[in-house]
Design a protein around this ligand. Structure first.
Ligand SMILES: Nc1ncnc2c1ncn2[C@@H]1O[C@H](COP(=O)(O)OP(=O)(O)O)[C@@H](O)[C@H]1O
Ligand SMILES: C=C(OP(=O)(O)O)C(=O)O
Ligand SMILES: [K+]
Ligand SMILES: [Mg+2]
Length: 455
């Protein structure tokens, strides 16, 4: 794995702190560079935590009450679910459909009594703690005052402070609607923690984000196609199209993109995936997404390691095949640089990738102070691996999210010859390169391209 996500929707800060520290400790002990991503809860509508029962079954035709009232544990009436959004009872109308987790369980609203919304179950199933709720009227998602909920709730701000304190590498913002919220969060982080390297990931999972897609991606440090909630807000058949569009846009704008949710859903319970799931993973790899994310499979599934192994083997297989087929041609990429100097680096990276492909190079080596040159190389999706050397572990971890990059930490010396020799020995020792290999070398300090045979 390259990145560990902690989902603040669930669990306590203490629990998450422990996970983060254990990842950090393993990084140190084993020399890994696994980045940590803290994912905010957001304030879309969801059920309460069911007083900590694992799940509860809603049967066909049963009457359930969804309410904005809070209950003390013992006095909670049967078949009653508390909803986190105070305006809920006012926003829904009799006749609306209430979808739990995008339709895993469906209810129809039959009556409203003050804070209580009385519903009949029309599609039975399991209700899970904190399951997401959407309501639909005449076949479309109802966006009323619920659309005005803040993207970052007061609890999210506390979680963000926690993330900053723990020094996470990325903060993923749930239910982003516009670029503004990302800008606000970025200036907040700079204010709280000057010089911070925390990257902000915009989760595309809200119908409102779709009209501002390009602006949102532009101001973020990366994007997640959060198919779980997205599929609860738009018709399911549109999800693959949005996935494709977001992946393309991210590549054009040079931002990493994560494809998330239900990649291997059946592996929550079974030790092997379905053929359809393998095809879905292959599709995302073929689309050249930067990262694939497990959620329930590793959060509560019975086979987390097996699920990870499947992601890994399918990704390796598809990438190998695509590289051999030479599908990974350098396509027309728009210029992303805003200064002439940056544009020079960008052009060097485009040329390097083309050269590496044409010369069938065994690897690209990049010596990068800020990570930008490595990122621009990755954007080209060249046929060979890209070994990136950066002076800090935080840049190394952030680069871990990008397609095709294998990042290392290296103290740069002024003598490029010495840097080269140290990295050759390092990678030879790990059997990642061998004598005679052709390496294309780029450095953002020298702004040069060299082709070298490994001694
Ligand atoms: N830290 C945690 N503590 C307890 N349960 C968790 C935790 N993280 C995840 N879960 C469980 O795993 C399920 C799937 O996790 P995830 O995909 O991250 O969340 P969600 O389903 O809310 O998008 C959750 O619904 C929850 O039941
Ligand atoms: C990744 C997603 O977000 P979360 O797991 O936080 O709901 C999703 O909705 O697909
Ligand atoms: K979340
Ligand atoms: Mg979500």
């Amino acid at each position: 794995m390259n990145v560990a996500r902690v989902n603040m929707c669930h669990g306590t800060r203490e629990w998450h702190r422990d996970v983060i520290r254990r990842v950090r400790q393993l990084n140190e002990e084993k020399g890994f560079a696994v980045a940590v991503m803290m994912d905010t809860e957001g304030s879309e509508i969801h059920m309460d935590d069911l007083n900590d029962v694992e799940s509860t079954k809603a049967e066909d035709g049963q009457i359930w009450t969804f309410t904005v009232r809070a209950f003390d544990q013992p006095s909670r009436p049967e078949r009653t679910i508390t909803v986190n959004y105070d305006g809920f009872a006012e926003d829904v109308k009799v006749g609306d459909e209430l979808l739990v987790d995008g339709g895993m369980v469906t209810f129809v609203v039959i009556e409203k009594i003050g804070p209580d919304v009385i519903c009949r179950c029309t599609d039975p199933g399991l209700l899970l703690p904190r399951a997401n709720l959407t309501f639909w009227r005449n076949g479309s998602l109802v966006r009323e005052r619920n659309a005005m909920l803040p993207t970052i709730s007061s609890k999210d701000w506390l979680d963000i402070d926690f993330g900053i304190e723990e020094g996470v590498d990325f903060i993923a913002v749930s239910f982003v609607k516009s670029a503004e919220v990302i800008k606000t969060l970025k200036s907040y982080i700079i204010d709280r923690s000057p010089g911070s390297q925390i990257g902000i990931i915009a989760k595309i999972e809200s119908i409102d984000s779709l009209k501002n897609l390009e602006e949102i991606i532009q101001v973020s440090d990366g994007t997640m196609v959060a198919r779980g909630d997205l599929g609860a807000q738009i018709p399911l058949e549109q999800v693959p199209l949005i996935q494709h569009e977001v992946i393309q846009l991210c590549r054009q704008l040079n931002k990493p993109v994560i494809v998330a949710s239900q990649l291997l859903e059946s592996m929550i319970e079974y030790p092997i995936p379905t053929r359809a799931e393998v095809a879905d993973v292959s599709e995302a790899v073929g689309q050249q997404a930067d990262a694939l994310m497990l959620s329930s499979e590793s959060a509560m599934g019975q086979y987390p390691e097996k699920a990870l192994a499947v992601l890994r083997s399918v990704s390796l297989r598809i990438e190998k095949c695509r590289r051999e087929e030479k599908h990974w041609d350098v396509t027309d990429l728009r210029i992303v640089s805003s200064s002439k100097l940056d544009e020079i680096s960008e052009e060097i990276c485009n040329t390097t990738s083309r050269m590496a492909n044409k010369l069938k190079a065994d690897a690209i080596f990049v010596y990068t102070k800020t990570g930008q040159t490595a990122s621009l190389l990755s954007r080209n999706r060249p046929d060979c691996p890209i070994f990136a050397f950066a002076p800090s572990t935080s840049i190394q971890r952030c680069l871990n999210l990008k397609w095709g990059l294998i990042p290392f930490r290296l103290d740069f010396s002024d003598d490029m010859e010495s840097n080269l020799n140290r990295t050759f020995s390092l990678l030879k020792a790990r059997a990642m390169i061998k004598s005679g290999d052709l390496i294309i070398v780029v450095s953002d300090v020298m702004q040069s391209i060299q082709a070298i045979k490994v001694p």
